[in-house]
Design a protein around this ligand. Structure first.
Ligand SMILES: *Cc1c(COP(=O)(O)O)cnc(C)c1O
Length: 390
């Protein structure tokens, strides 16, 4: 049996070059970057090199990149840190209904502490309308937080336009770019981004390391309190090996950005066209024009995504139902719901995501199994029998 991983939006394997770069920092170069003797100097240099590598991928200056323990921490920090630092100016935040839970649950937490939050609707493709952003602004708004690329349907949001609106009203713009990093070109200056969340493990780096980009001069309170690490903004002895790995992954992502986008999107388009032509009653969710290169989010009418996932898994294929975060609950995906997709169709939806290691043979194998599995499940499904599916 073949093993085919098609869940690169959930996490990615660490690339060999990344692992090789990391290994010396577990034992050989173990010095604490904050120490003063010379062996610690090597650690400090490695830390600053990684900061430069991440900065270079997003068009930032190195001293605007602050390492965290992942994308979730960066999201928590951005919202809580800005809400606290600007509490005298206002208590209103604008976000969307389709954010990752690291944003949504932080926003809900802030609501319990006196912050008003507007959760914007999206259109049927999962896009935020910049006009709606402008309409939601009040004289109390201090932050607009809208993701760059959605993790479930892959829709790319009009961040540059939204940032312009934010700045016209003197409001900060944060974006969760965890899915965008390494998959779409990012330039924080050109796009007008003030704060941006990133994560290592979605770009072939290690888990448990990420960063928050903070434009120079942006007011934000600290989130993790303690020592003077990360330019006194984020305490805790640095996850040095992890940070070195994240830096290397960022360097590779920058080098390969164009070829990665071309190769992965070609496989994705082939996958979508084969699946939709070989399997009737399939619907692709999200925008085809503004889309993450590796994302294929597809609804299969009359059957359950969970049953498909199990049968695919029995054939060595790993995919996700809607979102990895909701895999333990049967509540329909908040993203697909916000796009107005009916509940029955949401339950028949799978997210396939393609990455650098994916081959055409992998895709052909998945298509072959998918055709068999959908046919088998539809034969068993009372709804599809009614529709003449036998
Ligand atoms: C994965 C993900 C996160 C969380 O990042 P972690 O490093 O796993 O904490 C946040 N936002 C989006 C859009 C993601 O896809």
């Amino acid at each position: 049996m073949k093993n085919v991983y098609m869940d690169y939006s959930a996490t990615t394997p660490v690339k060999k070059e990344v692992l090789d770069a990391m290994l010396p920092y577990f034992s050989e170069h173990f010095g604490n970057p904050s120490s003063l003797y010379s062996i610690a100097q090597e650690s400090k240099e490695a830390l600053e090199k990684a900061r430069g590598q991440v900065a270079s991928l997003i068009g930032a200056k190195a001293n605007e990149v602050f390492f965290t323990a992942g994308g979730s921490e960066a999201d928590n920090w951005a919202l809580e840190g800005v809400a606290d630092a600007l509490k005298d100016k206002g208590n209103h935040i604008i976000t969307t209904k389709i954010e990752h839970h690291a944003i949504l649950h932080t926003a809900e937490y802030l609501e319990k502490h006196g912050i008003d939050v507007t959760y914007l609707d999206v259109d049927a493709e999962g896009r935020v309308n910049p006009v709606d952003v402008e309409k939601a602004i009040t004289d109390k708004t201090v932050l607009i937080s809208i993701m760059m690329v959605n993790n479930e349907v892959g829709t790319i949001e009009p961040i540059k336009e939204i940032a312009e609106i934010a700045h016209n009203h003197g409001i900060l713009l944060h974006t969760d770019a965890v899915q965008a990093l390494g998959n779409v070109p990012i330039d924080v200056d050109n796009m007008g981004i003030d704060l941006m969340s990133m994560s290592g493990h979605k770009i072939y780096g290690p888990k448990g390391v990420g960063a928050l980009y903070i434009r120079k001069g942006t007011k934000i309170s600290n989130f993790i309190h303690g020592g003077a690490q990360e330019m006194k903004k984020r305490a805790g002895t640095e996850n040095l090996a992890g940070i070195v790995g994240f830096g290397k992954a960022a360097e590779l992502a920058k080098e390969n950005l164009e070829s990665h986008i071309n190769r992965v999107s070609e496989l994705r388009d082939y996958f979508i066209s084969e699946v939709t032509s070989k399997i009737p009653d399939t619907i692709v969710n999200g925008s085809m024009e503004h889309r993450h290169p590796g994302n294929a989010n597809i609804s299969f009418e009359y059957i359950e995504g969970e049953s498909m996932l199990i049968l695919l898994d029995m054939n060595g294929i790993s995919v996700s139902t809607g979102s990895a975060c909701s895999s333990k609950s049967l509540t329909p995906s908040h993203v697909l719901s916000a796009m107005g997709i009916p509940v029955e169709r949401i339950h028949g939806t799978l997210r396939f995501t393609i990455g650098d290691p994916t081959t055409k043979e992998d895709i052909d194998y998945v298509i072959e199994k998918l055709v068999e599995i959908v046919q088998k499940l539809r034969e068993l499904s009372p709804v599809s029998r009614e529709k003449g599916w036998e």
